[in-house]
Design a protein around this ligand. Structure first.
Ligand SMILES: Nc1ncnc2c1ncn2[C@@H]1O[C@H](COP(=O)(O)OP(=O)(O)OP(=O)(O)O)[C@@H](O)[C@H]1O
Length: 737
């Protein structure tokens, strides 16, 4: 019946679309309106097509005998009687929250498993009678949950609407306001819960968030691709997904080395950038002599100092305060000129003289030297290459750090690293826009084009002789398809200063203090969901505690929720991971695995000369066993290229090269059956089978002790193999053969 209704709605939408396509626009307004209707119907159709799989997955029976069904979207019959409740509606909440100890009005909760539109299983929890003895807070919908956790991985994260657990639901439905921090061990569903929260917030606060937009920030482009299907599968497409390196429109960022990234992420850099801006607001040591049309002028340092003080007091950004500085410098110069050339001094003369001096190339060159217009890129390029600027601006850094900063050596055109992005953003904030000539010229050109289009539209309307009044400027605007047709997320992505309505940060433990400053600027309302795990911090500039990173921005205004059940990693693997966690901090508790596979992880010792061959053998076994699944080889970063080359060598282990991908090279690497990854790239991802290669080297490479090893061993959903030469690290002693 539900699928009948769905089919009928689809048919109706198809018919409407066909009619719209047949319609001929008799004028531009009609054409534009038709396009808008088509867009809306196409969107509706996409939503109806996307919900086929698992349209309905739950049923609730109350003690009063009422029955309701829970699904991906809301459906009603012709008389508007509800047939299906959207999982995000308040009425669906008991489906996720009811427990045996606290069933509310529920008599029964049913999980329904559907394949190809046929019910293939039901799983009932009865809340009346003896069943109430079931322990409070236990897993619900266990059969559906375990089936979904045991399924082969596809390289893309799926939604979990049918099996959201109560502790996750509390996070998903938490109020929009304020900063919610979700701390949880690996595999506890932080990412997936955060994405469902985005869908929930868009549903519940649609009007507000559609206008302001939602931003999801993740650790790298491979990860963003891994999660990018979840929101569309929940019917939400208007969310921006990006990395810290992707937050500045028009700039692509690569990685820095650890020491440099740590320094650039340090909070002291905010002061360094601010000092670098001030360094460019100069006062000359002695008067500057200018010769203008035979009249000698002296620009006294005191004039400049006064002008600089006034410009700084204007509280505008550097570029926006420049006109104040220029005006203040030109005032005494104009006066001098008039006096020394024996001309009358009055207000009109002074104003004319100032305008003339402003255009004089010698005066402009002096002004450019004293208070230059600066772009964030030019400021940072100077900071990374000019020793004088570094020693003036970076007094808070020690000599070694200053030297390191200079090693960056960027030109104005980059290339920029991820750690540069927050610094560029900081600079952009202090500098403001440059009112540059090209932009002004472009604006003038755009205005001319607009007028021409309006004239064209007016001619067209006259020719059509419509018999009713139509505004030519509106037709021209719509015809051009400018702002009216751009979506919120497109506009937000192009605008550095966009204020988002809500920001979700995943793997948030990796953000440096400078990156936090940048993110906070994106969301003045501080409505945020911050998810991560302090025990998995790899970045040296990353978080050591949530209060250390959040208190400077919102002391006392953030709340913490924890997740404690591990849905990804089987108990056998988690036992090994628990030893690694204990070596990071013995007081930390590992999350409890929800299932076990009965298969113990293994450690495979090998001599260095056999390392490649043995790896190829292990990979071949995995690829064979996981006919549909995904395998990852997690390697020390210096080995990644080499391991990939060996595995794809046609004379190597007989693995078809097209099944292998290298994470550092291709964000679509997870589409391949086998992927070679560094720990950094494996962050947040999961695979049926994982081979961790040379754990001792991973430990040695890691700037934060055993955290990288902890991340590596917690990636598999089924099998873990550790391949090593030499000795097995103490952290993995329990695996010793
Ligand atoms: N309620 C659930 N129902 C079904 N699958 C779930 C549920 N919760 C989590 N999972 C699955 O568990 C796996 C781990 O989830 P996720 O990646 O969100 O964990 P995480 O806490 O972000 O892990 P990490 O810290 O390693 O990044 C995913 O495959 C996710 O779909």
């Amino acid at each position: 019946m539900l699928y009948d209704r769905l089919d009928r709605l689809r048919d109706r939408t198809t018919t409407r679309l066909a009619e719209l396509y047949k319609q001929r626009g008799f004028n531009h307004q009609a054409v534009w309106e038709r396009e808008a209707f088509v867009d809306r119907e196409v969107e509706r159709m996409e939503r109806l097509l996307g919900v086929d799989r698992g349209l309905c997955f739950g049923r609730l029976d109350t003690i009063e005998g009422s029955v309701s069904h829970i699904g991906r979207i809301a459906l009603a019959d012709e008389e508007y009687n509800p047939l299906l409740i959207d999982w995000r509606a308040p009425a669906a909440e008991p489906f996720y929250r009811a427990t045996a100890a606290n069933p509310g009005q529920l008599a029964r909760r049913r999980h329904i498993q559907v394949r190809h539109r046929k019910v293939i299983g039901v799983d009932d929890e009865v809340f009346v009678g003896d069943a109430q003895a079931a322990p409070a807070g236990s897993i619900h919908g266990e059969a559906a949950l375990i089936a979904s956790l045991n399924a082969h991985r596809t390289g893309r994260m799926s939604d979990i609407v049918a099996t959201i657990q109560a502790e996750q639901d509390r996070i998903i439905r938490a109020p929009l306001k304020g900063i919610l921090v979700v701390q949880g061990g690996p595999g506890t569903g932080k990412t997936v819960a955060a994405l469902h929260r985005a869908a929930y917030l868009l549903y519940t606060h649609r009007e507000q968030l559609e206008r302001s937009g939602v931003l999801v920030i993740g650790p790298n482009s491979t990860f963003m691709r891994y999660i990018d299907q979840v929101l569309p599968s929940l019917g939400e497409t208007g969310v921006n997904l990006t990395t810290i390196g992707g937050l500045l429109p028009g700039i692509e960022a690569s990685a820095d080395d650890d020491a440099l990234a740590q320094l650039k992420g340090d909070l002291r850099m905010a002061g360094v950038v601010a000092a670098a801006v001030r360094y460019h607001q100069r006062v000359p040591r002695k008067p500057v002599r200018l010769e203008i049309d035979g009249v000698g002028l002296d620009l006294d340092p005191e004039f400049v100092r006064t002008a600089r003080t006034r410009a700084r007091r204007s509280r505008r950004s550097h570029n926006e305060a420049r006109p104040v500085f220029v005006r203040e410098v030109l005032r005494p110069l104009a006066l001098q000129y008039l006096e020394r050339s024996g001309q009358a001094v009055d207000d009109d003369e002074l104003a004319d003289m100032r305008a003339e001096l402003a255009d004089h190339p010698d005066v402009r060159s002096v002004l450019d030297d004293l208070w230059p217009a600066l772009s964030p890129q030019s400021l940072l390029a100077a900071l990374f290459s000019d020793p004088k600027l570094v020693s003036a601006a970076a007094r808070s850094l020690d000599p070694e750090e200053r030297h390191l900063l200079q090693r960056s050596g960027r030109s104005q055109d980059g290339p920029w690293s991820e750690a540069d992005i927050p610094l560029l953003d900081e600079a952009a904030e202090l500098l403001g826009e440059i009112p540059d000539e090209t932009a002004l010229a472009a604006a003038r050109r755009a205005e001319q084009e607009r007028r021409a289009e309006q004239e064209f539209a007016a001619d067209l309307l006259t020719g059509l002789d419509l018999g009713f009044p139509v505004d030519a400027s509106q037709v021209a605007e719509r015809y051009r398809g400018t702002p009216a047709s751009t979506t919120t997320e497109q506009r937000a992505a192009q605008d550095r200063a966009w204020a988002y309505g809500h920001v979700i940060i995943d793997e948030a433990q990796e953000l440096s203090p400078m990156a936090w400053r940048m993110v906070m600027r994106r969301v003045p309302s501080k409505s945020m969901t911050v998810v991560g795990d302090i025990a998995q911090t790899s970045a040296v500039a990353g978080a050591r505690s949530w209060s250390a990173v959040l208190d400077p921005h919102a002391e006392g205004r953030w709340r913490l929720q924890t997740l404690s059940v591990n849905y990804r990693t089987p108990a056998e693997v988690m036992k090994v991971a628990a030893d690694v966690l204990a070596s990071i901090d013995p007081s930390l508790t590992p999350p409890e695995s929800v299932r076990s596979t009965g298969e113990a992880p293994s450690a495979v010792p090998v001599t260095p000369d056999r390392l490649d061959d043995r790896l190829a053998e292990l990979v071949a076994v995995d690829l064979d066993a996981e006919a549909e699944g995904r395998t990852a080889v997690i390697v020390p970063s210096r080995r990644a290229e080499d391991v990939y080359a060996r595995l794809t060598d046609p004379g190597g282990g007989g693995i078809p090269p097209e099944t292998v991908a290298l994470g550092t090279r291709d964000p679509a690497a997870l589409d391949a059956r086998l992927v070679v990854l560094t720990v950094n790239q494996a962050k947040g991802l999961e695979f049926d089978s994982v081979i961790v290669m040379e754990p001792a080297e991973i430990l040695a490479e890691s700037a934060r002790g055993a955290t990288d090893l902890y991340v590596a061993v917690t990636r598999p959903t089924q099998h873990l193999t550790v391949l090593y030469t030499g000795d097995l690290p103490d952290e993995l002693a329990s695996l010793a053969p």
